[in-house]
Design a protein around this ligand. Sequence first.
Ligand code: F6R
Length: 604
Amino acid sequence: MCGIFGYVGNRTAQPLLLDGLRTLEYRGYDSAGIFVPGYGVVKSVGPIVNLAEKITEPIDGTSGIAHTRWATHGAPTEENAHPHRDMSGSVWVVHNGIIENFREIKEGLTVQGVTCDTQTDTEVLAKLIGTLYAGDLYAAVREALRRVRGTYGLAVIAEDDPHQIVVARMGSPIVLGLGSDGNFISSDSSALLAHTKDVVYLDDGEMAVVSSDGYEVHTVAGQKRQKTPEKVEWNVEAIQKDGYDHFMLKEIHEAPQVIKNTIRGRLLIEKGRAKLGGVEGVLDTLNTLHRLQIVGCGSAYYAGQVGRYMLEEYAGLPVEVELASEYRYKRNIPDKHSAVLAISQSGETADTRASLLKAKEQGLLTLGIVNVVGATIARETDAGVYNHAGPEVAVASTKAFISQLTVLVLLTLLLARERGMSQEEGVEIAQALYALPDVLSSVLEQADMIKQIAEKYAAYKDAIFIGRKFHTPIAYEGALKLKEVAYIHAEAYAGGELKHGPIAMLEENFPVIALCPHDDVYEKMVSNIEEVRARKAPLLSFTTSGDSALASLSTDVIEIPKVHPIVQPIVTTVPLHLFAYYVGAARGLDVDRPRNLAKSVTVE
Ligand code: F6R
């Protein structure tokens, strides 16, 4: 949440800063601003395009900091937009996170005669740094951070010292990008790809002084740190729209490639086994687990729920799935034979990370399924698996979600074979995974037909999604996407729950979206569908190809290929995501940037 970008070097900073912000815009789009020493600050409300339009005079400086904001403290006004300044206008700060004791600090500053003009916690921090600044910016920031409680990814620059940027990290990511003609700082590595693949990830409690020809890292306590640069694998093409109207549509269409990338080198088809290098070191512990707890938020949590059905059904491993925002605050009764698996696309979600830290404190083995290489959760877990889904730019998670399900199939296969699944059964699952990219290509060929159906449903105000077993969490995922990108009130229920209350809502303007592939709960779902039909609610069914019985019961049908039950939820998800996308697009919405949302939820 909130994107920070900065540059110090030999090139004109302003276009680099704007481009960096454009790439980071998915992290927040309430307001934006840049500061270039010698040229001052420009801020605007709304997306980066508004900021770009406001820059009418050339800005030639060769360093600067920039920010795109997702509002926490203070309304999304120009006044509250970052960068914020100290009293003298010498020190400028951009910040991602929350300074918890900002009121206390503000009171102290008021006593010293320092006043604040905005409602933000960041301005208080800028003012505090300003009171401590006497020519050594690094020392001033360090001293200020010793007085601060909370979370921050921070970049600070001084008007009278444009040759360095001081950055710091506690809970919100900061990555340094090492370029050939200057150095960059960013909230995430995707915004650095246009300039460099050589990056340095700061860890919590670390600060860096970045100049045009180098960088130095220290802890806030003053200890020097040696950090080895790492290489980012992603390409700059991956963060471009590539002719699609929206990133969300592009990312859904990437499904076949995403599955290929997720399973590459991880399937031993003839042996019916999976190989996950990232968990090999802890395989003995995994084999003796009595229980796995999966934590995540939003779609990642639903992926975990599907994972529970997979792991319990095929590996016989008891699984609990918890919302990370609950797990971290509740009493967890530790058991030395349990482990905690965090699922997170960004690898930065604050609640998911806090759950892991809690599990660590309890001495539990911690695992991760993370998409962004080098992200905090990936680095803080004992072992884990990268998705390799490539950068996900649209705020709504689509390709990462199906990649999470794919990793969960791989993990299930790995553990199931260790726990007694036959080779024959293992081969079936491995083959089903291997065939998945082609299956998904055939599903994507139906995009135009799904668009036409979606356009009919765009006029409704409500919807209920239903499914059973593996498809219960997928129903929740479908409802979440429809809310998120189409602003339609949508709920989800396990099919069997419909008659315990929600059926009271059904009438001819309240559609039901039923996920009903031909599986072992098919007959039960058909009974639910009959109940819906009797209430005259419009019914859209997702069912396996050639199911004429269901077609005759439904208002509309989206057909999906029948595959092995463990991968069926992946096949259902792709048209479900397309459906939500096309409903949102038909309603004329900016599906890539839904209102009030941001990707990478680093605030709690
Ligand atoms: C929904 C969506 C969110 C994320 C959630 C977790 O489309 O994108 O619900 O799934 O914020 O994010 P990560 O996976 O980055 O932890």
